[in-house]
Ligand binder design. Sequence first.
Ligand SMILES: [Zn+2]
Length: 146
Amino acid sequence: MILNRIAHCLFAHQTSTQTTWFALIITSLWLTETVAVSQSTTAKWRHTALNSLFIVSALPIQVAMMLLCGCVARWATHWHWGLVFLLPNAEHPLIKYGLMFVVLDLLDYVYHVTMHHVTVFWRFYLVHHTDGSSRGCFEHRVRASR
Ligand SMILES: [Zn+2]
């Protein structure tokens, strides 16, 4: 009964559903990393604390970029400008989501490179690189672009 109420609250609206899925995925990845990577509990919590600090310190820039992207998307939709309006069958889910995947990956790459190369942004972003274990393949792509 109480689980049904909790589930109803978490999945009642689109935003709460997305937030719940995001939290579940992040938590499951964190737990998987805990099991798969042999790391002391102290090192794991230190890594988690640094990542949390990174999220908080990068938040102003993330929100500003999100608002900018939202405004650009609204403008492009209003004026029917952009790749989506040039493609045949652009409403087909495979084309739509494939295009979104490529564009989001490109924007994430641009965001990452910008954070590295603009001094003011780098000061916010530096926390991300304080933790020696937070290097992934994405990081190697950015380093290769230098
Ligand atoms: Zn980086």
